[in-house]
Design a protein around this ligand. Structure first.
Ligand code: NAD
Length: 417
């Protein structure tokens, strides 16, 4: 099976070729700077112990400290972590924030652990990677299977190990422990911010939207879109898919989800997951998992615009099919960058010790995303490429501008080796 990292890298190398960059010129981007595999000792509540596999992959720090989430998932492999670290390098460059790219992975199903087991595991992971991370070296964040509380434990462990309160070493923390107001909503709202630029580029209003994956990102996107006058014609979660041409109320869907754990029950008609994806709508938002649109179902998609809020929600093959059908795909490294932009503002607030209002943070995120989206459209128009290639080209241009002045991955200090 072709590896994810290799597939993404070939795509990026093709974007580089459009800029006249040879594989040699792309140099160190072709491989992560550092891959660290750890065994995390975990004592279970019943006194037994096990060793859990984990990784930290630092892809590039040419533009700033490594940055990326930590995924807790039973099937996570080093290849996934490498792939996601590469995407982070590109994403931070597309939105022009001073970070490189990294990712972490812990091979566990967090739902099988008690809260205290999860805390011990989170702290144990930090003890294993502590020499590699820090506010100016590598700043982890939450990802699938981890969350705000995980970050609170991790930053506390890191602060203990480094003998000083160091909130800027992690982002995505609860507001009570140095997190940023607005961070929780930023990826979903940011998707809408990007869509505003798409609308103005298309010169036509986008009125109806269906959202696959009504979780944190999907809900916040839907909330913002409905507030701004769009009609939510369908939603899904892992259990159900529901449609209503007259419009669903995101607040009611959330209420139902919180009460029953499912999106069904807030009005509308239940349909199959594939029917939701195939809806005749202006915008299809993908906010669930990787590869929800693949060669298998790409032909059935009928939306005018696909907004890729999940990483790699549209496979490379599916992207080609959608392009042939004239469907505009807004790529993940632009569409879901609101989260990392808010993380950047969390980090800056931690470093300066001065905190902003939610409105301030979200308006700064919106400004950054508007500029990035316009930059991506400009590259698309200049080179006549699709938006994914344009975003990759923009990222590569910015990375190449920094790389000649960049020496290497920071050395581990002797005391830590
Ligand atoms: P989440 O766990 O809160 O929500 C995911 C939702 O998707 C859940 O409602 C789940 O039921 C649903 N889902 C899962 N499989 C599905 C399927 N087959 N069909 C329909 N729905 C399905 O996660 P989230 O934080 O909202 O993240 C969503 C996606 O966005 C993930 O791919 C994540 O990697 C990506 N992302 C998140 C952030 C962030 O800040 N949270 C940032 C960048 C990218």
């Amino acid at each position: 099976m072709t590896k994810l990292f290799e597939t993404t890298w070939s795509d990026i190398a093709r974007a580089g070729a459009r800029l006249g960059l040879t594989t040699d010129a792309l140099g160190s981007l072709a491989e992560p700077s550092r891959i660290v595999e750890v065994g995390i000792p975990l004592t279970k509540d019943d006194g037994t112990t096990q060793t859990v596999r984990g990784w930290r992959v630092q892809h590039s720090n040419a533009r700033g400290p490594f940055k990326g989430g930590v995924r807790f998932h039973p099937h996570v492999q080093v290849d996934d972590v490498k792939n996601l670290a590469l995407l982070m390098t590109l994403k931070c460059a597309v939105v022009d924030i001073p970070f490189g790219g990294a990712k972490g992975g812990v091979s566990i199903d967090p739902r099988t652990l008690s809260r205290s087991e999860l805390e011990r595991l989170s702290r144990g992971y930090v003890r294993q990677i502590e020499p590699l991370i820090g506010p100016w070296t590598d700043i982890p964040a939450p990802d699938v299977g981890s969350g705000e509380e995980t970050m609170a434990w991790m930053v506390d462990e890191y602060s203990m190990l480094s003998h000083s309160f160091t909130p800027a070493a992690f982002t995505g923390k609860p507001v009570a422990t140095g997190g940023s107001r607005g961070r929780r909503a930023a990826t979903g709202y940011g998707g809408f911010d990007v869509l505003e630029v798409v609308q103005s580029e298309l010169g036509a209003p986008l009125k109806r939207v269906a959202v696959e994956g009504f979780g944190n990102v999907g809900y916040h996107f839907a909330e913002k879109a409905a507030e701004q006058g769009m009609t939510l014609v369908g939603v899904s979660d892992i259990h159900d898919a529901v449609t209503n041409p007259g419009g669903l109320d995101p607040a009611q869907v959330l209420k139902s989800k919180l009460a029953t754990g499912r999106v069904a029950g807030a009005g509308g008609h239940e349909v199959s997951h594939s029917a939701l994806l195939a809806m005749d709508t202006d915008v299809l938002v993908l906010a669930a998992i990787e590869h929800s649109v693949t060669a298998r179902n790409a032909d059935s998609i009928r939306a005018k615009v696909v907004l890729e809020l999940g990483n790699n929600s549209v496979s490379a093959e599916a992207g080609e099919t959608l392009a042939k059908k004239g469907i505009l795909v807004i790529p993940d490294i632009l569409a879901n960058a609101g989260g990392v932009v808010a993380s950047y503002f969390e980090w800056t607030q931690n470093l300066q010790g001065y905190y902003w209002t939610e409105a301030d943070v979200l308006s700064k995120v919106r400004d950054k995303l508007h500029v990035a989206a316009r930059d991506v459209f400009a590259v698309r128009d200049e080179h006549t490429v699709n938006l994914r290639t344009a975003a990759q080209m923009l990222a590569l241009e910015r990375l190449m501008a920094a790389m000649p002045h960049h020496a290497a991955t920071p050395r581990l200090t002797p005391v830590n080796v």
